[in-house]
Design a protein around this ligand. Structure first.
Ligand code: CP
Length: 340
């Protein structure tokens, strides 16, 4: 594939990131995007610079550039999704690519076709990139072992959701500018959250301090040791939400995954609301300029109150909007990496 270098020249901004040496588009090496654990700070900065150019494209009357014209993006989802699926599809279309969107429940998966056979079928149809969501942690990694086609992980089990991690960090950076010394509180079901995991990786080396706040049952066993072993010293664990929120700059409740609550992780939803709901009263403990984020989908009235979700502090819809620019940037960057 020829190197794609122009998108009507996306405007590259280094605002707030002057300490990082710039990385050129030609130095980008991720043919697949599986998680953020193998992204350097410079690579994340490059994604954001390209996304800034995409934001400019998205502000035009005609949101379409020919950058990926002639390319085909397949979207293969084995789990429900609203925002990730719609925004990847829009991102591909705004870049001029053709898309094919497959819902596992309406594909030959229901006839017993294996993950690899389905993906190899898409490869045989000569798609350029496959975006996959799968309930099993590690599924995109297996895909990469069997395919030459580019793979972007759109969420695998409890493991990773790299584009969500990037759009969350991008939203924080656009809102707060300098991240050094800022405090992000991620609240709730850390145990099952691929969003929390990708955010932890993405936020290292940014100057952000991440506080994971949850009942003990929602913190993976051995997490402090794992954080230590991986050198993730920007992360701490706190079980009391009122303490965690003191002076917070970013407050991010996670969805209480009700489908998992039969397993007894919490005593009751009413108790969870009492101890962990982000509501207006609790938010007073955060910094006056604190922003509220949520990866979605939200359970209003459970992990977040309705008034907070739609308050002036809430950037929840902005996250969704920024997700299109971030996903355009990822599609653009991976498309430029030659076959290996
Ligand atoms: N944040 C997120 O992954 O949302 P969807 O499940 O709607 O894609």
């Amino acid at each position: 594939m020829e190197r794609i270098v122009s998108l009507n020249e996306p405007k590259l901004s280094t605002a707030g990131q002057e300490s990082l040496p710039p990385l050129s588009i030609g130095q980008w090496q991720h043919r697949n995007v599986l998680d953020l654990d193998d992204f350097s700070p410079e690579e994340i900065t490059l994604v954001f610079e390209i996304a800034n150019g995409m934001v400019e494209v998205l502000g035009r009357d005609v949101k379409k550039v020919p950058t990926l014209r002639g390319k085909t993006i397949a979207i293969m989802f084995y789990e429900p999704s609203t925002r990730t699926r719609a925004s990847f599809e829009l991102a591909a279309k705004y870049l001029g690519a053709d898309t094919v969107s497959l819902d596992a429940a309406r594909s030959s998966v229901v006839k017993g076709e294996s993950l690899i056979d389905s993906l190899r079928t898409l490869q045989a149809l000569e798609v350029d990139t496959i975006i996959i969501r799968h309930p099993c942690s590690g599924a995109p990694y297996i895909a990469v072992r069997h395919l030459q086609t580019r793979i972007i992980n759109a969420g695998d089990g409890c493991h990773a959701h790299p584009s969500q991690g990037l759009l969350d960090l991008y939203t924080i950076k656009r809102q707060l500018g300098d991240l050094k010394g800022r405090k992000v509180v991620i609240i709730g079901d850390i145990l099952h959250s691929r969003v929390a995991r990708s955010n932890i990786w993405g936020m290292r080396s940014t100057g952000l301090h991440v506080v994971l706040c949850a009942p003990r049952t929602f913190i993976p066993q051995g997490m402090p040791e794992m954080l230590d072993k991986c050198g993730l010293d920007h992360v701490t664990i706190e079980h009391n939400l009122d303490h965690a929120l003191e002076g917070a700059d970013v407050v991010m409740p996670l969805r209480l995954q009700k489908e998992r609550q039969q397993s007894g992780f919490i005593s009751s939803i009413r108790e969870y609301i009492r101890l962990y709901q982000v509501n207006a009263e609790r938010l007073k403990k955060a910094a006056p300029h604190a922003i509220v984020m949520h990866p979605g989908p939200m359970n209003e009235g459970i992990e977040i109150s309705h008034d907070v979700a739609y308050s002036g502090s809430s950037l929840i819809e902005q996250q969704v909007t920024n997700g299109v620019a971030i996903r355009m940037a990822l599609l653009y960057l991976v498309a430029g990496v030659k076959n290996q």
